[in-house]
Design a protein around this ligand. Structure first.
Ligand SMILES: *Cc1c(COP(=O)(O)O)cnc(C)c1O
Length: 457
């Protein structure tokens, strides 16, 4: 008995940003969203990784590295089970690299774009998952973790979400065919791109339900919010798949570690630039740093939705309604994870500024960058990655001798309508996408909340 309780001391627990007394374990927060007091969960403590351990990890594959990191956080899942789940997620079949020439370390390959004056500028491509956006990196694992945990508990779960494109398809491709899970995804009727619509509506899995709402994205979002508060739906065990849930972005830590292990010059300052919307991605990087990964500095690069850059400049946090841009996956006026970042820095602005910069860019600057990178290197960047590049360039001005990495969060084919006219080219359509475009598309059209309720049953 004493031995067991001693072991429990080493279990990882999570705490609400609002300080609720409950200290749930990983499996418990996995299936829930908000904490009971309405706060967001963060780890209670940060497991440490030593330099020797980091060195030993250099020889690991993506899946092996992912296991080493995750088992420090998911202490209530037996190691053998966790290893199996991680191994079946991070395979070269799931993360097929759509770009020619990157066949080593193919899950999140690094590519040097510029090298001069002792500095190196690289991109890390995260868009090789089934929906060609970086949200697959965590979502695919989430699908396997959900299925496993639900089976252990003998329960079922219904995911209800609203999407304007990327999140919805990543969630559906992660959950399709999974036992005990159904996905109800609301999207604005005829408002998504042809590509996004095809990607979602061509799925014919019996546990995936695409619901096309007669309205705009905000109407979808309002219906979802209403459903979560609706007591008459509580028997459905509804949950969301957005980055309110820490398990939705915790697996994004892996690629920061994986980038580090691929670098040859370890003793130079390392800077990461993340194209940021809800700031889940950069939260994952901050946790990796807290664990001991030697990251010198972070750049949160945004489009004109500049709530965080303004905060860093003026010290007050003033969210604004979002503005539409060509990097639309980052059109967020009030980033939901920012409260977590403030908490991780003890609400100390000076401490935060030491590690963190944030810059904002217009659509014109984004397009100019896409053009100049294409001209210089032949590399086709989409708008989100281009903003990541711009933020990194700015920060490198004040860090001589640094290695800078920006994250490429989507494949250009997802933003074909922007990329093709900007660069004056025709994009090659990857084969797995071609079939999707040609398949039959199915969705349920609804006009009102009552119709949604009737559909959920
Ligand atoms: C979601 C998304 C982002 C923003 O990521 P956050 O974790 O919300 O900051 C950036 N680029 C693309 C393509 C995305 O889909």
């Amino acid at each position: 008995m004493a031995f067991i309780s001693l072991l429990k001391l080493f279990d990882m627990h999570y705490i609400s940003t609002r300080g609720h007394t409950a200290r749930p374990s990983f499996s418990e927060i996995l299936l829930g969203g908000l904490a009971p007091d309405g706060g967001l969960y963060l780890p209670l403590t940060y497991p440490k990784v030593s330099g020797a351990e980091l060195d030993a990890w250099r020889s690991l594959s993506y899946a092996e590295l992912a296991f080493q990191v995750l088992h420090k956080f998911a202490t209530d899942i037996p190691d053998a089970d966790l290893k199996r789940l991680v191994t079946s997620t991070y395979t070269a079949q799931v993360y097929r690299n759509c770009r020619a020439g990157d066949d080593t370390n193919r899950i999140t390959p690094l590519r040097t774009l510029e090298q001069a004056n002792g500095q190196q500028l690289l991109l890390q491509s995260l868009s090789n998952g089934p929906t060609l956006a970086f949200k697959d990196m965590a979502m695919q694992l989430l699908g396997n973790l959900f299925e496993y945990t639900l089976q252990k508990r003998g329960t079922e779960l219904n995911i209800l979400g609203a999407t304007s494109g990327d999140t919805g398809s990543a969630a559906e491709y992660a959950m399709r065919g999974k036992q005990g899970i159904r996905v109800f995804m609301l999207s604005p009727h005829r408002k998504m791109s042809a590509f996004q619509t095809a990607q979602m509506f061509s799925l014919q899995d019996p546990n995936i339900f695409n619901i096309a709402v007669d309205g705009v994205f905000d109407d979808c979002q309002d219906m979802v919010k209403k459903a979560f508060l609706d007591k008459s739906l509580s028997h459905h065990n509804l949950t969301s798949a957005n980055s309110i849930n820490i398990a939705r972005w915790l697996p994004q830590m892996f690629y920061f570690f994986f980038a580090y292990k691929q670098l040859k010059f370890q003793n130079r300052p390392l800077i990461f630039s993340c194209p940021s919307g809800n700031f889940g991605n950069i939260c994952a990087g901050i946790i990796a740093k807290k664990m001991g990964l030697p990251i010198e500095h972070f750049v949160a690069s945004t489009n004109v939705n500049d709530t965080v850059p303004r905060f860093l400049e003026r010290g007050n946090y003033e969210p604004k309604p979002s503005k539409a841009t060509i990097s639309n996956a980052m059109d967020v006026g009030n980033p939901s994870n920012f409260i977590r970042i403030q908490e991780m820095y003890n609400n100390d602005l000076e401490l935060f500024k030491k590690d963190f910069s944030s810059y904002s860019y217009t659509d014109e600057e984004t397009l100019e960058t896409m053009k100049s990178i294409f001209k210089m290197d032949g590399y086709i960047l989409e708008p989100h990655g281009a903003i990541g590049y711009l933020g990194l360039k700015e920060e490198l001005k004040i860090h001589s001798n640094a290695i800078g990495i920006f994250l490429e969060t989507a494949h250009p084919i997802k933003f074909l309508d922007v990329v093709e006219p900007a660069l004056g080219i025709k994009l090659h359509i990857p084969t797995q996408i071609e079939s999707v475009l040609n398949n039959e598309k199915v969705s349920k059209k609804i006009k009102s909340y009552d119709e949604l309720k009737a559909f959920l049953g």
